[in-house]
Ligand binder design. Structure first.
Ligand SMILES: Cc1cc2nc3c(=O)[nH]c(=O)nc-3n(C[C@H](O)[C@H](O)[C@H](O)COP(=O)(O)OP(=O)(O)OC[C@H]3O[C@@H](n4cnc5c(N)ncnc54)[C@H](O)[C@@H]3O)c2cc1C
Ligand code: SF4
Length: 485
């Protein structure tokens, strides 16, 4: 369904186009099959059998080195050119970062080689503006990227860098926020498509789970996501785990209730459920050993539904300008996936535990997702999408987007491999610098567009802040001085 999604199907034969790049992505990320099943996998397999879907049950492909557990070996992936790896010990900690050198995170492949071959990685740098450099320049530079230090507290130091090509890869939220800012706030890229932030997807995901009432079984062992199966043609399900001590997620959860009606009705229902069955509430929210007793159940769908992101103010942005979401009136994202919920309830019976979902799902009918996708879609022209089939931004040669924001449909499975494959393809379309004699310069817009100088804006902000503190202090000083004299 992904390759034939309406949004991009007519533009290329995507399955064929992407096939070699999936291979590269698999190689770069060191993908292999999870070799071991654990109690949560066994329960899911039993449920798959009950549903007649055991044929679709499989171990997950994961980016983890499964050598001898705990044994460190020279780079097993890139003919010894990469860093050492240590065999996975199945501790369940992948979600919070592998401390055992087994997970093939980007610092062990793409970033490792980028640095090794001369790229400079600037940590703590938040891009805040992209300014075109019009006309021919001796160094062929076409864009200035302005960035600030994320770790500065009030006065964020700003720097900039010039580049011939710029690849925006800030994830869905980062990319949409930056491009909307460049189009509508600083007005540095006024000709960006009006499609930015339109059709953002959640992988039609529902994050639910089950917390067992006792600690007879340890659900925290294994890699973070170890198996999956298809409940029906469009819905897949996976068990997800955290390692002991990692239980922050429980603070975002509540026991599953009927999930119908207004906030008030749901709140009453939740309180009544808590009185009727206090063990559910205690297990989900309070009792110790959550990670060992818990299984997150991740349900994803290939069906089409979406929302939109735009600049605005809300309680979630503390009334400052930021990204706010808007429901799609025709195809809203559902907070409840009934077939998924049935699997969760069955899992709870088998594991003898309490089923739960996210607070926003339970009380606000607002689904949460870990797989936000889209918002800078690939299109035929700027009225249909933000980038062309090679991920180059319409109206801005040399400016590219390569991340989850270009994904054109709900995948129904975890998205990292597809994001990597699409990025591989996009980068393979950009000729190497050595092959290019001259970069076509950017032509200034026919009509002069006034831009907002971020540095001047920052200077004004500092003066205002200084005034805010200095004026009252001076007035108090004058007042005290006058009283004394
Ligand atoms: C808890 C969790 C678990 C997940 N597990 C899986 C999984 O098991 N398998 C899977 O396939 N997917 C998983 N996903 C989804 C997957 O992580 C994302 O889909 C994927 O990382 C998105 O890749 P991306 O390149 O679009 O963005 P990201 O990976 O989010 O990278 C964007 C980067 O840009 C930086 N950035 C943002 N704004 C700016 C700016 N203005 N200037 C400079 N830098 C900026 C961000 O800090 C970030 O480092 C998980 C997601 C979550 C939240
Ligand atoms: S289970 Fe995950 S965190 Fe633990 S060693 Fe393996 S890759 Fe690392």
């Amino acid at each position: 369904a992904f390759f034939e999604a309406d949004e991009w199907a007519g533009l290329a034969d995507w399955e064929t186009e992407l096939a070699p790049h999936y291979q590269t992505a698999n190689r770069m990320l060191g993908v292999s099959e999870n070799p071991k099943f654990w109690p949560a996998d066994q329960i899911l397999l039993d449920i798959a059998k009950e549903l007649g879907q055991e044929g679709t049950f499989e171990p997950t492909p994961v980016s983890i080195y499964f050598g001898e557990p705990g044994k460190t070996v020279p780079d097993p992936y890139f003919a010894g050119e990469g860093p050492e790896r240590t065999g996975c010990i199945h501790c369940g900690g992948c979600m919070v970062g592998c401390r055992h050198n087994a997970k093939n995170s980007l610092d062990k492949n793409y970033l490792y080689f980028a640095e090794k071959w001369g790229a400079e990685v600037q940590p703590e740098a938040n891009a805040v503006d992209i300014r075109p450099l019009y006309g021919k320049r001796p160094d062929n530079a076409r864009y200035e990227v302005v960035y600030e230090r994320t770790t500065d507290w009030i006065f964020k130091r700003r720097k900039s860098i010039w580049a011939r090509n710029v690849v925006v890869s800030a994830g869905v939220l980062g990319t949409i926020e930056l491009l909307l800012k460049c189009r509508d706030e600083t007005k540095s890229l006024p000709k960006l498509s009006r499609q930015i932030g339109v059709r953002v997807r959640s992988n039609s995901e529902a994050l639910m789970g089950v917390t067992a009432y006792d600690d007879a079984v340890d659900y925290s062992e294994g890699v973070a996501i170890s198996s999956h199966f298809w409940i029906d043609e469009v819905t897949s399900v996976e068990p997800v785990r955290y390692s002991p001590g990692s239980s922050f997620m429980r603070s975002l959860t509540l026991p599953l209730i009927k999930m119908e009606g207004s906030f008030g009705k749901r709140l009453v229902e939740l309180i009544m459920a808590g009185i009727r069955n206090p063990l559910d509430l205690l297990s989900v929210r309070i009792l110790p050993g959550w990670a060992q007793k818990n299984t997150v159940i991740l349900v994803m769908q290939t069906v089409e539904n979406r929302m939109h992101l735009k600049q605005g103010r809300s309680i979630w942005t503390l009334f400052r300008k930021g990204l706010v979401s808007e429901r799609d009136k025709r195809l809203p994202i559902p907070a409840v996936i009934d077939v998924g919920r049935r699997v969760v309830d069955r899992f709870a019976e088998k594991a003898r535990g309490a089923p739960w979902s996210g607070i926003s799902d339970v009380l606000l009918n607002t689904p949460a997702t870990a797989h936000i996708l889209g918002g800078c879609s690939i299109g035929e022209d700027e009225t249909q999408g933000v980038v062309d089939i090679n991920h180059e931004v319409f109206n801005y040669p040399g400016l590219y987007v390569a991340d989850g924001s270009v994904i054109s449909a709900n995948l129904g499975v975890n998205p990292s491999l597809t994001i990597t494959a699409m990025t591989e393809r996009a980068m393979s379309c950009i000729p190497a610098a050595a092959e290019i004699e001259e970069y076509p310069p950017l032509l200034p817009p026919a009509v002069h567009m006034p831009t907002v100088d971020l540095r001047r804006q920052e200077r004004r902000r500092r003066i205002a802040l200084f005034g805010l503190f200095a004026i009252p202090i001076t007035l108090i000083g004058v007042f005290i001085f006058l009283r004394k004299t």
